[in-house]
Design a binder for this molecule. Structure first.
Ligand code: GLN
Length: 499
């Protein structure tokens, strides 16, 4: 199945407006999305868990409150999908791992509480690479997710189920998590907008940790306005997360029409050459021209040490993961495989509970942190991280935002890279630096390749530069070549009775 590009889906912005205004019921909105899910989830496999009855009950409750004249919030009746590493009270949360199969969190993540308070309707938990380690969603213990734009291809990862659910019209919004690109890369592969916010802008309370100094939650949507709407709901200080920023969150929705007149945009030389597909480079250059046409000043800039970000990331992220995943010991959470001694029980539990990629990361990380090697590996990687941060600081003295490809290629075929970890890791070449430096970045659909597959371009901004980044993204969206995205910017489209 290759998507013909003709179908468009309603946006969260349009749904919320119509539900709050009483012209559309949350139940009707939900039914339209559940019907699409019923029709193609068997092929796509975006979900680890759904509960249609609970979603219907929730939609009815929203409708009753709207009828009673209540303001139910900015996401009134908006169906939403949650990545399966974000805790949902009473609802299984597995990280797509046998280790947590059947585990039911006793609490909601802060983002889940905020979405509920804003009137959203959760429809399911999305498939992912196990513990968010991967770039194709093929590392799930429960089987891969397929790309709705072309089902012979991967949706990207690790938030592949989140991306596929939005691209297939199962919900207009999904939450993903991004440690090295896991929101932006699947967004690019599925023709969506995907945002990794500034580190600390969105609470990590209830996000099951992978690399704690890198992880951020963010939205995947059809449009820039929808991403802004959701980010404004989920961002903000949380005293339950010690790394949550104390400063007020930027209100991105209010700045979507700021434009780019006079904005200085840097094209990163190191990410515009070797290893990037020519069609992807062409899209980035076309995006740069669109920004110039809207009044921006585009110049080439250099981040000389960005080439080391992949090496630094593959020390730091596994080191943090090996520490974070030590809690899965057969005693405290999820799986236990019994054995005569405690030591053997732990060994069998971890041997059977974790998949190959997770084990590879734990071994890499444990080695990098081991006595005698700690400074040579982990210490060096942290110093490299500081140098990269210095490169970004220097570049932002001269430009306001950066423009790069999101990924070196468009969506690759299922099974193409799964047996070659290095080839898989190379997917992150354009995305991981933002995580290392803790700065915001997002992918915006911009054009299609010769196979009709979506191409994503990435915008990066300095710490808390989300408003500028979104203003530039809105300009790119308005200028994008036909067929780039399936959502209809800012209007409720007239298909399937408006839904
Ligand atoms: N693909 C990267 C990895 O495997 C990034 C994953 C992520 O952002 N969660 O680590």
């Amino acid at each position: 199945m290759t998507h013909d590009g003709a179908t468009t889906y309603p946006t969260a912005t349009a749904i919320a407006e119509a539900v709050a205004g009483g012209t559309l019921s949350a139940s009707a909105v939900l039914d339209a999305h559940l019907a699409r899910t019923a029709a193609s989830e068997g092929t796509i496999h975006a979900f680890n868990h759904t509960d249609d009855d609970a979603a219907r009950q929730r939609a009815n409750e929203i409708d009753a409150r709207v009828s009673a004249g209540e303001d139910v919030g900015p996401l009134a009746g908006v169906p939403i999908v949650i990545k399966d590493n974000i805790c949902t009270k009473g609802v299984p949360t597995t990280c797509s791992s046998r280790m947590l199969d059947g585990w039911i969190p006793p609490y909601d993540a802060t983002v889940v509480r905020k979405l509920a308070a804003a009137g959203a309707v959760t429809v399911g938990k999305a498939n992912m690479d196990e513990f968010a380690m991967g770039s194709s969603t093929e590392n799930s213990a429960f089987g891969p997710t397929l790309n709705p734009r072309d089902t012979t291809r991967v949706p990207g990862g690790s938030s592949g189920g989140s991306a596929a659910s939005v691209a297939a019209g199962f919900a207009p919004v999904a939450l993903g998590s991004d440690t090295g690109g896991s929101i932006r890369q699947p967004a690019a592969f599925c023709g969506l907008v995907g945002v990794k916010p500034t580190y600390g802008l969105v609470s990590r309370l209830g996000l099951i940790a992978f690399g704690s100094s890198l992880d951020q939650i963010g939205p995947l949507t059809h449009t820039v306005a929808d991403a802004a709407l959701v980010l404004d709901v989920i961002s903000g200080h949380d005293s339950g997360d010690s790394t949550s920023l104390p400063t007020p969150a930027p209100r991105v929705s209010a700045h979507l029409d700021d434009g780019v007149a006079g904005l200085r945009v840097g094209l990163v030389r190191e990410l515009m050459g070797d290893g990037i597909a020519p069609e992807v480079l062409a899209s980035v250059n076309q995006a740069a021209e669109a920004l110039v046409a809207a009044g921006a000043i585009v110049e080439e800039v250099s981040l000389p040490t960005i080439d080391y970000s992949l090496s630094a990331y593959y020390i730091i992220a596994p080191a943090e993961a090996s520490s974070n995943l030590s809690r899965y010991d057969g005693v405290r959470y999820g799986l236990r495989v019994d054995a005569p001694t405690t030591g053997e029980m732990m060994e069998r539990t971890r041997t059977q509970g974790f998949g190959d990629e997770v084990k590879r990361r734990i071994m890499l990380g444990t080695y990098a942190l081991s006595a005698g090697y700690y400074d040579a590996f982990y210490g060096t990687a942290q110093r490299v991280r500081a140098v990269i941060r210095g490169d970004f600081d220097a570049v932002y003295n001269n430009v306001d935002v950066l423009l790069t490809p999101t990924t070196p290629t468009t969506a690759f075929k299922l099974a193409e890279k799964v047996s070659d970890p290095m080839a898989m890791y190379m997917n992150d070449i354009c995305t991981i630096a933002s995580n290392l430096v803790g700065q915001p970045s997002m992918s915006v659909p911009f054009g299609l390749d010769s196979d009709g597959l979506p191409i994503g371009v990435q915008l990066m901004a300095p710490t808390l530069g989300e408003t500028t980044m979104f203003a530039a993204a809105a300009v790119l969206e308005a200028a994008q070549p036909l067929g780039s995205q399936l959502g209809s910017p800012r209007t409720l489209v007239a298909n399937e009775g408006g839904l």
